[in-house]
Write a protein that binds this ligand. Structure first.
Ligand code: PEP
Ligand code: MG
Length: 883
């Protein structure tokens, strides 16, 4: 069995595509060596050893020792030095390297192979005692910390005391003798902590470091990180042992880290930092201020320190060549580490660099334009979820922020405005052109108009699927939910946190991407939707099969969605139009009426409003399909609940307030979500659906007459469980359509279909498709009813289910493909069998979730429909699903 792979010095055995065996770092070191780049020679102990180690009671495979010894021998020959030889010592670094980069594991030990004797030898041979003892003290500290688990502070204290005694400011001020004194104290500290001396045997050092790397695979931090990032424990880590090159041998030495393009903007410019006369950890440790690589970088950051381009121009040019070679080879932006030893460049690492969302976009588009990747690859490289960051204003990263509380990042984007505590106040102030933040303990459907008017929404109670969170995401409003430290007092119109009181009218800023609540106005940056964004979305559009529609009922949402590229409306929830303050009274009148005549009278008041809504929607969507869902929610959501509201309804209807009270009690339901809602309303009060159908069709007639454009209405009946329900209600819709055509003399086409949101409907889809011309999967209710989980109450225990691994994801956010998905697959198959050209879509929250969209592509739906701000995400996810 081969457990060890060499690289560098003309004997490289690995390749970039061997990450599973060699880990990311090891595979890329081998690849760089294969490219002829200057890589110090070394070897990789494979991930297979890690797996063996844990499968065999933390023992190594018997062949390992001999293979490592042979690999070390090769290094000794290549470097003309001997491991542990006081006259001419070979020094190595030992680093971990899993398949995916994993902070939280043992990282690096440098200068391994130094002890009292070899340090003296290195001093003599290099002619630089300061360098030798500087290296030795670094080794003692790193090895003790990383391998022997002695805390950093012991070493920092010793060094600080020594610097104070000698009046030294910088580490570079210390002489060889100073370092020797520090080393003596370091060794004493280690012996005191561990009860045994610091290991002088270089073999013990090497195997100690190797053991520490494998041991760190199972440390608590690494286990947590793997859980968070779905990395399986059986992947294991590799260990890389590599000859040391020294960046701390004098002023012709340096060490640095760089990105081949700017990782925050994506600009095609070399971007990095370096330090003269230093070793790797100094650059990140923040002890000295790193210098810029390029003159342009130095100028852009207003640094007085000279750039590498000026200080060592030849080495810089060589590094810049390496940068171009690596980009061309890897066809992606790279994150590299290098060291310069006496004006000679060495590469220590390369990997695909992490980047911000705007940078990812720019880099993908630029690489495609440069011909390094094709358009499909550019589309594949963007994480659809990351687009969210690009569609909303974000806080200016340079701005100061005074965070006073933290809640959940419920809906992305940043917003500032005056604090208001009621939806009405939000609407009034916004009407006067003020930016407002609506602050509530929690929100309810009655607050919709205020949420719409506000720039952002802040609640002190509720989770990621609370009313506030879901509605805010749908509207594209920033939202922080469940900021529990804040206390809202509606009576005094104040909120407070730890002695800070905020009055109505005070200005706050919320960041819905982090959950932070800040005092005062923090400047924001507006999103850029043209340029690279538009280019990449265009490529995605050319590659996808499914159409993308939006869930929208207000003109603003419909316009926003079109701007984002929606190709129609997949769900217009007509009840949202009922909550408007102008209309709610008539809605309440209708519900409280005890006779059909009473209901018809109230409905007659609503019809013109509804018609106007539909005229607007049809006009905005000019010719694109628009699915309108007839009334769905349980009636209790519309009922008056305060004395004042009941009095208002009593007055408006000329009834006694006691009677109104009584009717409210009478209509109360124990399980309204499973109660008198959806098509059940249409069955019991057909006049409601009749009014809505008339409003829809007269709007169709009006718009097609005035614009000459074909309007494509799709009338959707919610919560169907049986074919009979649909038959009865379709007959109502068809009759009204016929009447409107006769009355207006305008003929038009329309479709009648249903939501599939109950398990029975999914199972009986074959039968239902005899009547339904389209299905739209309402996966919110379908998830709710398949699991028997209430979407309003599940937040109390779902997190525990995820912790225990019973459910991997929140099924209300990511479709449960196994269960709910099976129902969708069944309904799709049975529906198509009856009606081969049946139109199929999804309009639950899942329609905007990339993983769920990929499932929709698999079952072959015609479209997904999602909230306006998720339309670009869906466009990209649908393209990736089709690739
Ligand atoms: C659904 O149930 O998935 C749906 C879209 O309808 P609503 O969320 O309005 O119940
Ligand atoms: Mg539903």
């Amino acid at each position: 069995n081969k457990w060890v792979y060499s690289f560098g010095a003309d004997a490289t055995e690995g390749r970039a595509d061997m990450k599973n065996l060699l880990g990311g770092k090891g595979a890329n070191l081998a690849e760089m060596a294969n490219l002829g780049l200057p890589v110090p020679p070394g070897f990789t102990i494979t991930t297979g050893v890690c797996t063996y180690f844990y499968a065999n009671g933390r023992n190594y495979p018997p062949e390992l020792k001999a293979q490592v010894e042979a690999a070390v021998k090769r290094l000794e020959q290549a470097m003309d030095a001997t491991f542990g030889d006081p006259a001419n010592p070979l020094l190595v670094s030992v680093r971990s390297g899993a398949r995916a980069s994993m902070p939280g594991m043992m990282d690096t030990v440098l200068n391994l192979g130094l002890n009292d004797a070899t340090a003296a030898g290195l001093a003599k041979r290099s002619g630089d005692a300061r360098f030798a003892y500087d290296s030795y003290r670094r080794f003692i500290q790193m090895y003790s910390n990383v391998v022997l688990d002695v805390d950093h502070h012991h070493f920092e204290e010793i060094l600080d005391n020594h610097k104070r005694d000698k009046n030294h400011n910088l580490d570079t001020d210390l002489s060889a003798a100073d370092w020797q004194a520090v080393i003596e104290d370091y060794k004493k500290a280690v012996e005191h902590e561990l009860g045994r001396p610091f290991p002088q045997d270089v073999q013990e050092q090497l195997w100690g470091a190797v053991g520490a790397v494998f041991g760190s695979w199972m440390n608590a931090r690494a286990i947590t990180y793997r859980k968070l990032h779905d990395i399986p424990a059986d992947w294991g880590t590799a260990v890389n042992v590599q000859c040391m090159v020294f960046g701390n041998m004098g002023n012709d030495c340096a060490t640095g880290v760089a990105f081949t393009r700017n990782p925050s903007t994506g600009e095609n410019a070399f971007y990095g930092e370096y330090l003269v006369n230093a070793q790797g950890e100094d650059v990140v440790a923040g002890i000295r201020t790193p210098q810029h690589l390029t003159i342009a970088g130095k100028q852009a950051n207003k640094s007085d320190l000279p750039a590498m381009e000026e200080v060592m121009p030849e080495v810089f040019n060589q590094l810049n060549e390496v940068r171009l070679t690596l980009e061309k080879h890897y066809r992606d932006m790279q994150d590299i580490e290098f060291t310069v030893q006496q004006n000679k460049l060495f590469m220590l690492q390369t990997r695909n660099g992490k980047r911000t969302a705007p940078a990812a976009l720019k880099i993908a588009v630029d690489l495609a334009d440069e011909g390094l990747i094709d358009k499909a690859e550019a589309v594949r490289r963007i994480d659809p979820a990351s687009l969210d960051q690009l569609l909303h204003p974000t806080l200016d990263p340079k701005a100061e922020r005074k965070v006073i509380a933290k809640g959940l990042p419920a809906s992305p984007g940043a917003a500032s405005g005056k604090v208001v505590f009621t939806a009405d106040e939000a609407e009034t102030l916004a009407g006067q052109g003020e930016a407002v933040i609506l602050c509530r303990v929690e929100t309810s459907p009655e607050d919709i108009h205020g949420m719409h008017a506000a720039r952002g929404i802040l609640t002190t109670r509720g989770g990621m699927t609370s009313h506030a969170a879901v509605v805010a995401r749908g509207m594209g409003r920033a939202c922080v939910s469940g900021a529990g430290d804040l206390r809202v007092d509606y009576k005094t119109k104040t909120m407070s946190v730890r002695g800070i009181a905020i009055k109505e009218g005070d200005i706050v800023t919320i960041d819905g991407s982090t959950g932070e609540v800040m005092l005062g106005e923090v400047p924001t940056i507006q999103p850029e939707l043209s340029g690279d964004f538009a280019t990449l979305m265009g490529w995605a559009d050319s590659l996808r099969r499914m159409k993308i529609r939006t869930n929208a009922e207000t003109p603003l949402d419909a316009r926003t969605a079109r701007k984002f590229g929606a190709e129609g409306i997949g769900l217009s929830r007509t009840e949202h139009m009922f909550f408007d303050p102008d209309r709610i009274l008539a809605v309440r009148e209708m519900i409280l009426a005890e006779s059909e005549a009473g209901r018809r009278a109230a409905l007659a008041k609503l019809e013109p409003f509804q018609k106007k809504d539909f005229v607007e929607l049809f006009t905005i969507m000019s010719g694109l399909p628009v699915t309108i869902r007839l009334l769905d929610p349980p009636l209790h959501e519309f009922l008056p609940n305060t004395e004042a509201e009941m009095a208002e309804v009593a007055k408006a209807t000329g009834t006694d307030q006691l009677k109104v009270n009584h009717r409210v009690v009478q209509l109360h339901e124990a399980n309204p979500m499973l109660g008198h809602r959806g098509c059940r309303l249409g069955i019991t009060y057909p006049e409601i659906y009749e009014m809505q159908a008339r409003a829809i069709f007269s709007a169709v007639a009006e718009v097609s007459k005035t614009t000459g454009e074909t309007v494509m209405p799709e009338v959707m009946i919610p919560l169907i469980g049986t074919k009979k329900e649909l038959d009865i209600l379709k007959a109502v819709v068809d009759r009204v359509a016929k009447e409107v055509i006769e009355q207006t003399g305008v003929s038009f086409d329309y479709m009648v279909g249903t939501m599939i949101e109950l398990p029975r409907a999914a199972l009986k889809a074959g039968e239902i498709a005899e009547t339904a011309e389209f299905f739209s999967y309402g996966t919110n209710d379908l998830t709710q009813t398949t699991f028997g989980l209430s979407r309003d109450d599940a937040g109390a225990f779902l997190p525990e289910y995820q912790r225990q691994g019973i459910l991997e994801h929140d099924p209300f956010q990511t479709l449960d493909q196994d269960g709910v998905g099976e129902l969708i697959a069944i309904a799709t198959e049975r529906g198509r069998k009856t009606r081969p050209n049946i139109k199929l879509g999804i309009c639950g929250e899942h329609g905007g979730d990339p993983a769920s969209i990929s499932f929709c592509e698999k079952v072959g739906l015609d479209y997904v429909s999602c909230s306006p701000y998720r339309v670009p995400i869906a466009r990209l996810a649908a393209a990736q699903a089709a690739l």
